[in-house]
Design a protein around this ligand. Sequence first.
Ligand code: AMP
Ligand code: MG
Length: 408
Amino acid sequence: MISVGDALACVLDATPRLGTERLSLVEACGRVAAETVTSARAVPNAANAAMDGYALRHADAAAPGARLRVVGVIPAGTVRTEAVAAGTAVKIFTGSAVPPGADAVVKVEDTEEQGGVVTVRVAVPPGNNIRSAGEDVAPGQAVLAPGAVIGPADVGVLASVGRSTVVVHRRPRVTILSTGSELVEVDEPIGPGQVVNSNAYALAAAVREAGGEPVVLPIVRDDPGAVRAGLAQAMLGDVVLSSGGVSVGDFDFVKEALDEARVERLFWKVAQKPGKPLTFGRLGERLFFGLPGNPVSALVCFYVYVRPALRKLSGHARLHLPVVEATLAVATRKAADLTEFIRVRLTDGPDGPVATPASSQSSGVLTGLGAGAALLVGPAAERQLPAGGRYPVVVVDGDGLARTVPAF
Ligand code: AMP
Ligand code: MG
């Protein structure tokens, strides 16, 4: 049986980066850039005032008390071509282009204007309150590089250099195929022995959160022909996520259907709990994850294997959920010889985060993986994890991280 580390490496080795598309700026936020954007212009394009006040020649106001004749006004968006002569000043507003001849701006709070003459109460150094042309972006400067994750500030910079669109990596389309004759849709009446197809919802939500585009297919019964037909439909995805039917039961037909579709099987069964029956394969560049049906197993496999693959497909360099080291609050038994992902909650302790296991670790109990949950990684070689032991914890929900209020 393959180890968790080897299985993850195998998944990422098999995962390509997707092609590109051109998006408008706001749409591109959160995407990964796939081009270099070089600015043809300077931002700002002219030296401008950083304050409301008066543009002047600093030599005229080298000592406090200078009196200068006010010869004009430059509201934002207007330009004055006439040079500022010695002994004069021009009223100026934040963002207005500094007129020729002026080499400093004194802020209005340091002045007093009366009868067309301004008294400057301070000594004004050269360059005072002037933002130089190109202070933000110089002509020829690269403002975006391939691989950069585009955030709101990048969107603003791209706009300021005159780019309304940008080339980014495509989002993976992920088809979700739920198998199981016991499954019913969420709004159907439920009979004894039936189960709502909750995996389709949980996985679609997880795909969306990971930056993918989920496509949920109709439920497939435990029948070889039905599974085959469902898989054929699922082929439109860059990634296919099936759930259920990968164990060794008499009605587990997913592996067989993948083999028949000539999907190259890269592994089946991982030395982990939950999620041991996970199967993974590829056909060309298309990836297939046969997730176990148990809701917890399916979601844990998603976080550990599928999410990093989706991130890689989308062009991201940072693939994995954050991991923190935490102190285990209580002694905890775990499965022998398997890496166990133990559902915990994190709280703030004197030496960093403390991990308290959820009361049930059954792979059917999904509530323990709800908001705020994290996964403590119990090493395969250990059987009994001591209270006080330090273990890595995968932070599934960032809001569940032990937090302190920033000291503003
Ligand atoms: P399987 O992996 O097909 O043996 O399923 C294992 C367990 O997961 C069974 O109890 C199933 O009823 C449950 N299960 C399978 N598929 C789903 C699903 N789509 N939604 C919720 N539970 C499921
Ligand atoms: Mg089943």
